[in-house]
Design a protein around this ligand. Structure first.
Ligand SMILES: [Zn+2]
Length: 494
């Protein structure tokens, strides 16, 4: 392997000709690229937009040209808010969909030195038959795939209930740090922060002595809020009642996939800036494939984190000298004192989870026949066990504890976001949340704790009728490329 240079305009145009052809339109929503620094183009089968970043401004953009229909015409975060609105337009077409912060989303991605030549955004309906096929999907720029829930509760939090507000996942870290103390005038609380403090969430800054962050991977915000309202998730409902919940959600950064956004939540920075660009990409310097989000690489994936980027663990310890922090079942664990993957790196193992017959809080009809549901239930059970270990005993509980739960992602993928399986995953996860809340009560510091619950991306119902694969079309047209993480195209060959 040797270094991989950016593609020439000719090669890029040949690939675009294939990707933007009408026959791929059902699966290719749009394609983005950066022809020159701070200049970007995004094109679909029926139009394109060219925009540039304003000099010296990370998040201000000027449209230079539109041809045909602007694929990023609607960037409204209030689009499809509420489960009824979301379900009224299943598999929205491009002209029915919204792409919030679309300019910033593409621009941040191309700031990474190993950004792809072309970023392909799959359509809302695309069913990845060739990749196993899931009834629930994410990864795109569309608002349903990007929208995660954001619930903040407890000490120091304003008690506003469900509010008509939204933010981005990169705003989560600075906002929750604001609960631990006074926010500096410039709002900067982390070294590489792209996000801002969501001020309305802050009630009494400094009132929280312990932060507890919970990630429910892939939990669709509209679905989760609806299940909490309907009594399926009483512990989530308890958090909602005891704080502030952003009804418009917190939007994942592009690509709206797992490890890029776990890291975004924990650093306040976009993937193009914190370094964990995708679940997989090509390191252009070496030409090697980088895989971060896989069981064999979770423990070492933070070698790709930009070393100047602070996590919440670093930032909490900077705010509270002498504080300890814990990171449970989370690959993005830089700076944590207790870490599940830290144990793995040391050749140790956290306590193995019990077999499926001995799992509490696990819906039997899904745990038995569904391999992913079973694996995720055991993994999440082990997360609760680790939490009880970290929070038990006589030691002062950690100032920040982060717990990554994975069952919601498995079930929302396999069954789709509106399925019985997804609902069961929320019910099971809620029971695990209940055991965490009980452990905090037992420790006698519940009144000093702030809790936040997020996901790393949304989940949208795909359409099994809309299959197909642009990689095959590119190969048939003789356009050599490497497609990493699905949708990151690196053009190779002459
Ligand atoms: Zn995920």
């Amino acid at each position: 392997m040797s270094a991989l240079s950016p593609a020439t305009p000719d090669r890029r145009d040949r690939a675009l000709e294939v990707l933007l052809a009408r026959d791929l339109e059902p699966i290719v929503d749009m394609v983005g690229w950066s022809p020159a620094p701070d200049l970007y183009e995004v094109a679909s089968a029926d139009g394109s937009v060219r925009f540039r970043r304003e000099a010296g401004r990370a998040d201000a953009f000027v449209v230079e040209a539109v041809a045909g229909k602007n694929p990023l015409a609607l960037q409204d975060q209030t689009h499809f808010v509420g489960l009824g609105a979301e379900r009224a337009t299943p598999h929205p077409r491009r002209d029915q969909n919204s792409y919030p912060n679309g300019f910033e989303q593409f621009a941040q991605l191309f700031d990474h030195p190993s950004a792809p030549d072309l970023c392909v955004i799959h359509s809302a309906s695309h069913y990845w038959g060739d990749q196993g096929g899931h009834l629930g999907e994410h990864g795109s720029l569309g608002v349903v795939q990007a929208r995660a829930p954001f619930i903040v509760a407890g000490a120091g939090v304003a008690k506003l209930g469900m509010v008509e507000l939204g933010c981005r996942l990169i705003d989560v870290a600075p906002t929750v740090l604001g609960l631990l103390g006074v926010v500096p005038a410039d709002g900067r609380l982390l070294s590489a922060q792209d996000g801002v403090v969501v001020e309305p969430v802050l009630g009494e800054p400094g009132a929280a002595r312990h932060l507890i962050g919970l990630l429910w991977d892939g939990a669709n915000a509209n679905v989760l809020y609806d299940l909490a309202r309907r009594g399926v998730a009483p512990n989530v409902a308890r958090l909602i009642a005891d704080g502030t919940t952003l009804r418009h959600g917190a939007l994942a950064s592009l690509p709206t996939v797992t490890l890029a956004n776990h890291t975004g939540i924990l650093t306040g920075a976009h993937p193009g800036h914190h370094g964990i660009l995708h679940n997989a990409w090509v390191d252009r310097a070496s030409g090697q494939q980088v895989v971060t989000n896989s069981p064999s690489t979770w423990a070492t994936s933070m070698q790709w984190l930009n070393p100047t980027v602070e996590t919440l663990h670093h930032a909490v310890k900077r705010r509270i000298p002498g504080a300890r922090t814990a990171s449970i079942n989370e690959p993005c664990d830089a700076g944590a004192d207790y870490s599940t993957f830290g144990l793995v790196r040391n050749g140790e193992r956290p306590m193995p989870p019990p077999g499926p017959d001995d799992l509490p809080d696990a819906t039997a009809r899904f745990v038995r026949p569904h391999k992913d549901y079973r694996w995720a239930s055991r993994t999440d059970h082990s997360a609760v066990d680790q939490f009880l270990g970290v929070w038990g005993g006589d030691a002062v509980p950690p100032a920040f504890t982060w717990v990554n739960f994975t069952l919601t992602d498995s079930a929302f993928h396999e069954g789709g976001p509106y399925s019985e399986m997804a609902e069961s995953a929320v019910r099971d996860s809620d029971a695990r949340l209940g055991r965490i809340l009980e452990a905090v009560e037992r420790a006698g510091v519940f009144e000093d704790c702030a809790f936040f619950l997020v996901a790393d991306h949304g989940m949208e119902e795909s359409d099994p009728e809309v299959g197909g694969d642009w990689d095959r079309a590119l190969a048939e047209a003789g356009v050599p490329c490497r497609d990493e993480g699905y949708g990151f195209l690196y053009l190779t060959g002459g």
